[in-house]
Write a protein that binds this ligand. Structure first.
Ligand code: FNR
Length: 184
C-alpha cells in the first residue's frame, strides 16, 4: 500500500485540521497509509543547524523521503497558511539539491470555522508547492467550513453528504498517488 506523509499546520492539541487529517486517514485506510508527522519539536529554520542536525529534522526528512506522497493540511492564518507548515516545508526543501518533496505527488486540504474554509490559505500554499516541485492534485478541492458536530467522538463523519464528499476526495487522492508516485 502506498504511504502518505501528512503535515498538519497546527500544533494545537484540539486542532480541527488535525481532526480532518485523522478523518481522511480513516476514509482512505483501505487505499493509503497515512503517516501524520509531529511538527511540535521542529525548530525555526536556521541554516547553521545543518552543522549538527536536530533529531526532529532528521526524522521529518526521513519520513518525507520514505513517503510516496504528501498531504498538507493547514488552518488559514490571516489569509495564508501557517508558519508551522512553512517552516517544515523549508526544512524539507534543503540543503540545496536535497529537496525531499521534489517530484512527489501531493494534495492540499484544510478547514476553518469561517465560511471560505481556508481557501485563501490553500491558494497560497499551492504556489509554494509548485516551487518545491510537489505534483499537487488540482481537483477535487476541500474547503471545509468547520462545524463542531460534523464528526463524532470516534471521528466518524455524521452527515451523509459530507461523508460522500470526503470519501470521493479520498478515492481521487489514492488514484493520484498511484498514478503520479515516482518509481521506487
Ligand atoms: C485565525 N483564524 C482564521 N480563520 C480563517 O478562516 N481565516 C483567517 O485568515 C484566520 N486567521 C487566523 C489567524 C490566527 C493567528 C489564528 C490563531 C486564527 C481562525 C482559525 O481558522 C481557527 O483558529 C482554527 O481553529 C485554526 O485551526 P486549528 O488550529 O484548530 O487546526
Amino acid at each position: 500500500m502506498k504511504k502518505v506523509a501528512v503535515l498538519v499546520g497546527s500544533l494545537r492539541s484540539d486542532s480541527i485540521n488535525r481532526k480532518l487529517a485523522e478523518v481522511l486517514a480513516r476514509l482512505a485506510q483501505h487505499r493509503l497509509e497515512f503517516d501524520i508527522v509531529d511538527l511540535s519539536d521542529v525548530p525555526l529554520y536556521n541554516e547553521d543547524l545543518w552543522k549538527n542536525v536536530p533529531e526532529a529534522i532528521s526524522e521529518l526528512k526521513r519520513r518525507l523521503a520514505e513517503a510516496d506522497g504528501v498531504l498538507f493540511v493547514s488552518p488559514e492564518y490571516n489569509r495564508s497558511f501557517t508558519a508551522v507548515l512553512k517552516n517544515a516545508i523549508d526544512w524539507g526543501s534543503r540543503p540545496y539539491g536535497q529537496n525531499v518533496f521534489s517530484g512527489k505527488p501531493g494534495a492540499v486540504v484544510g478547514t476553518s470555522p469561517g465560511a471560505i474554509g481556508s481557501a485563501v490559505g490553500q491558494s497560497q500554499l499551492r504556489t509554494v508547492l509548485a516551487a518545491i516541485h510537489v505534483v499537487t492534485m488540482g481537483q477535487p478541492e476541500v474547503y471545509l467550513s468547520w462545524k463542531d458536530d460534523m464528526f463524532d467522538g470516534d471521528l466518524n463523519v455524521v452527515n451523509e453528504s459530507t461523508k460522500a464528499f470526503l470519501d470521493n476526495w479520498a478515492a481521487h487522492f489514492a488514484r493520484w498517488i498511484e498514478r503520479m508516485a515516482p518509481e521506487a
